[in-house]
Design a protein around this ligand. Structure first.
Ligand code: FAD
Length: 415
């Protein structure tokens, strides 16, 4: 009977939390058990490098839902506990407290962990209290303690998380240096034009940006990192070091259970892995994206939420496929970046608005179609842009550039 079925969710992050409540909304009658190794209920990570780090967002605002919501929905939450192994033959999972649980359907939402800073000094640095990665609430609490005016912070990695930390730290009066190995900031996620814009903004704010600079080693004084050394022999003194050099998907559990893994746990359009009773969702999974036309692994909240919707529907026997235009946001200073689509493979870029006015959109085009849009402080362009990219609507460059032509003109033209 459906009431005796057991849904087990591995992980207690954004995707897991969404899935648990949606299972109830979609009519899952049996037990729902969510198991996470962190000591917290599911919370939002984006504020950890923005409002929460700055002290504007309170702790209670981070949580997706209060405990009472899970209680009311009869969702059993087990915290401080790792799922150590999956036995697919007997349909059980083994937990770090030695117990095991039987599942009817299993959903893996294990997210990812920070890529360690490469190099021989990393293990020693990780034992220092002024060297941190930023993935968890506990990481953010530790970094927040170190945001003291006048201190020198070195941020290793010029991706979104690193730049958001830099923006927050400089606002707090720290001296901030960003060290990026690649030739430009945000090299993996946006175009050279947008990278140059962000570099200029950070420089104007007083951040010392060093691109093309590989960290070769660290200097210590007892249990403190005191400097970062570059491959070119530069020595950058540091009171605090924050490292954001990418994410490694947590796929070990799935791999050990013999599930197909390739840069993430492989799933189909319904979030189902190579085992029909096991699903995967969020940062840990690699999925076919119908808009982009190939498999991708996304690290974003909108993706986690959309996959939770699809996974809940699959587990409840309805099977709503995942269909999302990839999108993402980042807040730095007064800038609200919202990106939609993936810009790789674009032939040209057209701009609407101006960089000087700090309100513009870059449209990445191939033929007559928009592959992606980066919008800065232009929420309307983002709303329209999601449809233009998702519905693969044909556009013309002149109308995109001309601000007197509303973007919804293209929808009517395509009818
Ligand atoms: P997670 O939220 O990482 O949750 C996975 C959970 O599973 C973790 O709690 C982990 O401890 C647990 N777990 C792993 N293995 C096991 C196991 N074996 N047993 C039990 N538990 C396990 N996205 C945006 O869209 N916009 C942003 O502006 C943005 N900013 C970000 C800023 C920061 C600082 C960070 C860290 C991330 C940001 N992201 C942002 C990304 C976003 O937070 C992630 O995409 C999202 O959290 C993914 O959710 P998830 O559930 O897949 O993974």
């Amino acid at each position: 009977a459906p009431g005796s079925e057991v849904a087990i969710i591995v992980g207690c992050g954004h995707a897991a939390g969404e899935l648990a409540t949606r299972l109830r909304e979609q009519g899952w009658a049996g037990r729902v058990i969510m198991i996470g190794e962190e000591p917290h209920l599911p919370y939002q990570r984006p504020p950890l490098s923005k409002g929460f780090l700055e002290g504007k967002t309170g702790l209670s605002d981070l949580f997706l839902k209060p405990q009472a919501t899970y209680d009311l929905a009869q969702i059993e939450v087990i915290l401080n506990t790792r799922v150590e192994a999956i036995d697919r033959t007997n349909r059980t999972v083994t937990l770090s407290d030695g117990s095991s649980l039987q599942y009817t359907k299993l959903a893996i939402a294990t997210g990812g962990r920070q890529r360690p800073l490469p190099g021989a000094d990393t293990a020693r640095a990780e034992a220092c209290d002024n060297f941190h990665y930023l993935r968890t609430l506990d990481d953010a609490l530790k970094i927040r303690e170190l945001l003291k005016a006048g201190k020198r912070m070195v941020v290793v990695g010029g991706g979104y998380v690193g730049l958001e930390v830099a923006a927050t730290a400089i606002k707090h009066g720290l001296q901030v240096t960003v060290v990026e190995a690649g030739p430009r900031l945000l090299g993996r996620v946006t175009s050279p034009a947008m990278s140059a814009f962000f570099e200029q903004v950070h420089c104007q704010a007083g951040v010392d940006i060093r691109t093309g600079t590989l960290v070769e080693g660290l200097e210590f004084d007892g249990l403190r990192v005191v400097a970062v050394r570059s491959h070119a022999g530069e020595r950058i003194p540091a009171d605090v070091v924050v490292v954001g050099v990418g994410l490694l998907p947590n796929t070990g559990l799935a791999e050990a259970a013999g599930l197909a893994v390739d840069n993430g746990i492989l799933v189909d359009a319904f979030c189902v892995t190579s085992d029909p009773d096991i699903l995967a969702l969020g940062d840990c999974c690699n999925h076919p994206n119908p808009v982009v036309g190939r498999n991708i692994r996304l690290e974003s909240v909108p993706n986690a939420v959309e996959q939770a919707r699809s996974a809940a529907s699959t587990m409840c026997g309805q099977g709503e496929p995942y269909r999302m235009v990839p999108w993402f946001w980042s807040d730095q200073y007064d800038l609200k970046l919202k990106s939609v689509g993936l810009c790789e493979g674009h032939e040209r870029i057209v701009m609407r608005g101006t960089m000087e006015g700090r309100a513009f959109s870059l449209f990445y085009l191939k033929g007559k179609r928009i592959l992606a849009i980066d919008t800065i402080n232009r929420p309307q362009d983002f709303v329209m842009g999601k449809r233009l990219v998702g519905e693969r609507i044909e556009v013309d460059d002149d109308a995109l550039i001309d601000e007197s032509t509303p973007l919804n003109k293209f929808f009517t033209a395509s009818l």
